[in-house]
Design a protein around this ligand. Structure first.
Ligand code: GLN
Length: 307
């Protein structure tokens, strides 16, 4: 392994090129089969962008590729709701404990008697989707999108073709999760909550958009309260990669969130953000090349928050 000097600001374009080539050797694995459009992704699609605090932007791959954020929207829904409703309201509807179960686990929700364990699981995000303001799924999604675009200076948009694809096959697990949430009093309207969840998972953008958005979590700014950033980063660290979260915290040590489209977004507190897209997934539903790249960057530049 190559060891460079410490800190994201030491990363050069050539070093990122080298690490990106290594990451792209990791693309043996699966594409999700339950969303037809994601199953049709090209395994070779690849893009990464690193933005640091001195406004340096380094990119490799096709930065014009856009992709749905899927579960990578979850930390940003949490941030938006913490800002708008406050921690007390948000955490009365969702827990903050990690889980060793997969992202769509019904078993975890049953074991917890219908209270979603954390906001990074589907159960938690479906419950949070029901707290977004708006009369229907579309207006809730638009309000969230505007809020994020304004603060993150990015250009997320709703990918309608992806939304049709998500809706084309019944997602029985998410239905069962939403029904149990409703029975347990954690949401009012199953259809609207699930529909909102599906819409917000189809908010899409490029690695630039995602890296800009993640910068909201990097350092103090006028847009967000420090305690809300800390909360979101801590939950990304402990829960962001589902059952792979604790191992990743030990081996890599940066708050990271994945999405089943192959997106990985990492926050390097006080330093910058990394957004990567590569559609091939590991068994936990996390991008293989994306996680590999973040791991290599964190090791080479000593990025772990645990010092
Ligand atoms: N929309 C997807 C689902 O509910 C998101 C999951 C993910 O990205 N892990 O299955």
């Amino acid at each position: 392994m190559i060891l460079y000097s410490a800190g994201l600001s030491a990363l050069t374009q050539n070093q990122l090129n080298t690490l990106a080539v290594q990451a792209q050797t990791q693309i043996q694995g699966q594409l999700p089969n339950y969303i037809p459009l994601l199953a049709q992704a090209n395994r070779d699609w690849f893009a990464v962008q690193v933005r640091d605090n001195s406004s340096r932007i380094l990119s490799v791959g096709d930065v014009t590729l856009s992709f749905p954020l899927m579960s990578a929207i979850k930390p940003f829904v949490l941030l938006c709701l913490l800002e708008q409703l406050g921690a007390e309201v948000v955490f009365s509807g969702v827990g903050m404990e990690p889980s060793d179960e997969p992202y769509h686990s019904l078993k975890q929700l049953q074991a917890d008697r219908g209270k979603p364990r954390n906001p990074m699981l589907n159960s938690g995000a479906i419950a949070l989707a029901s707290l977004l303001p708006g009369k229907d799924a579309l207006s809730r999604c638009e309000t969230l999108c505007q809020w994020l675009n304004q603060r993150g200076k990015c250009h997320l948009f709703l990918d309608e073709a992806m939304l049709s694809s998500v809706r084309s096959l019944p997602n029985e697990r998410n239905w069962a999760i939403a029904n149990l949430l409703a029975e347990s009093g954690y949401l009012d309207n199953v259809e609207t909550a699930l529909d909102t969840y599906n819409y917000i998972c189809c908010l899409s953008g490029t690695v630039r958009d995602l890296a800009c958005l993640a910068q909201l979590l990097v350092q103090n700014s006028s847009s967000t309260l420090p305690e809300n950033r800390r909360t979101v980063n801590a939950l990304m660290m402990t829960c962001g990669l589902y059952q792979a979260s604790s191992r990743f915290a030990v081996e890599v040590g940066v708050p990271t969130k994945s999405g089943v489209s192959g997106v990985v977004v990492s926050v390097i507190p006080s330093q910058g953000a990394i957004a990567c897209y590569s559609p091939v997934l590991d068994g936990a539903g996390n991008s293989k090349a994306g996680l590999f790249l973040v791991q290599q960057l964190a090791r080479a530049f000593d990025l772990s928050v645990f010092r």
